[in-house]
Design a protein around this ligand. Structure first.
Ligand SMILES: Nc1nc2c(ncn2[C@@H]2O[C@H](COP(=O)(O)OP(=O)(O)O)[C@@H](O)[C@H]2O)c(=O)[nH]1
Ligand SMILES: [Mg+2]
Length: 248
């Protein structure tokens, strides 16, 4: 029976991912390294039942946090980070459930943390070319443009600012005051990277190939884009006012 005490945890937020979650969980378990935490927001399509059946095959390796409704990606990750810190994990990864992120890329995200070559590793679509498959041009322009916009305003030295495939050393999460992270959509990803960089941590990008989901629906909305557009100004202002200090 596989009971791992890996020092790595992959947090996978889910909302209605019944068509993808089994494959995502099995591919991570096949790596024989990180444990998994699924943060499910009361999916109505049977996601939780699928997770429970796979979890029973890997005792001690798959954890689940069930939340009472769709509370958003940002708070799902914050709840996952708290779980990871409480349970003593050192390498704490974020990964989507929809197989846009390839579980086989996890080792290249985790290794620089284990080898003390970085404090936050970002799986990047926009280094060494543009590596996105099956996106309409409009979405690619939006994402790539968001990067230029964010870098101009905040100077954040990251090519893929909205990337959600990442691995943190626990010390980064210990230093960021979670009660001050308010964004939920893509801006959550920008905000976390900005805090990590502003607090002086080493942020490193490694190339990944992002493949748009073939099953289930994206939860992206216009509101998420607007939230991110405002958030970068707020972050810059906070930084100028000297309000980005580590948590106590
Ligand atoms: N727990 C939770 N997961 C969410 C929520 N919104 C999105 N997700 C998950 O976050 C990941 C990325 O969402 P997705 O819709 O694919 O966004 P996109 O890739 O930007 O189109 C997927 O695993 C979703 O199931 C939410 O409100 N709560
Ligand atoms: Mg997706």
């Amino acid at each position: 029976m596989p009971v791992s005490r890996s020092n790595a945890l992959v947090i996978i937020p889910t909302f209605n991912e019944a068509k993808n979650i089994a494959s995502a969980l099995n591919q991570v378990m096949d790596l024989n390294d990180p444990d998994i935490l699924v943060v499910d927001d009361s999916s109505t399509d049977g996601t939780a039942e699928i997770v429970a059946s796979i979890k029973s095959r890997f005792p001690g390796r798959i954890h689940v946090l069930s939340r009472p409704g769709k509370l958003g990606l940002g708070t799902a990750y914050l709840a996952g980070f708290e779980f990871a810190l409480e349970h003593g994990y050192t390498c704490i990864c974020e990964m989507d459930a929809d197989l846009s992120h390839q579980p086989s890329d996890l080792p290249s995200l985790i290794a620089p943390i284990r080898e003390d070559r970085a404090d936050l590793v970002v799986g990047s679509r926009y280094i060494k070319g543009v590596r996105v498959i099956n996106w309409p041009l409009s979405r690619l322009i939006l994402s790539y443009g968001a990067g230029i916009y964010t870098r101009v305003i905040t100077r954040l030295p990251v090519a893929d600012v909205t990337a959600g495939f990442k691995c943190y050393h626990r010390k980064v999460l210990e230093a960021i005051p979670f009660d001050r992270i308010k964004s939920n959509g893509y801006s959550f990803q920008i905000e976390m990277k900005y805090w990590a960089w502003k607090l002086g941590f080493r942020v490193r990008e490694v190339p990944i190939i992002f493949i748009e989901r073939t099953e289930g629906d994206s939860k992206m909305s216009r509101a998420i884009v607007y939230e991110a557009a405002w958030k970068v100004w707020e972050l810059r202002l906070k930084s100028l006012l000297g309000r980005m200090k580590p948590s106590a």
